[in-house]
Design a protein around this ligand. Sequence first.
Ligand SMILES: [Zn+2]
Length: 100
Amino acid sequence: MYSKKELERLRIEGQKIADEMAREREEAKIGREYKVNDVEITCVQCKHNKFEQSKALLNTRGLTFFDIEWLNDSATTLICKRCGFIHWFAREVEEIKSDE
Ligand SMILES: [Zn+2]
């Protein structure tokens, strides 16, 4: 059996996790801001500045054919949340935290 105090602590912990997850979901929906070399990334198509980050594998036969194997095995892609344009980076991008 949990004591009342423990239950209260668990409830608060649970609420914190739920809040964090809700915030994460909300951020994922509107997208996040990123920078490379301290330059903020804006969409080349529509100038929006919020993206969804993901990874894409590059070591495919197609890319080998195009002689860009040096790009290593993964790239960072940023998908514009407004127009969907996919930006490719052969390196890590840095997220700009809103509380900075
Ligand atoms: Zn865009």
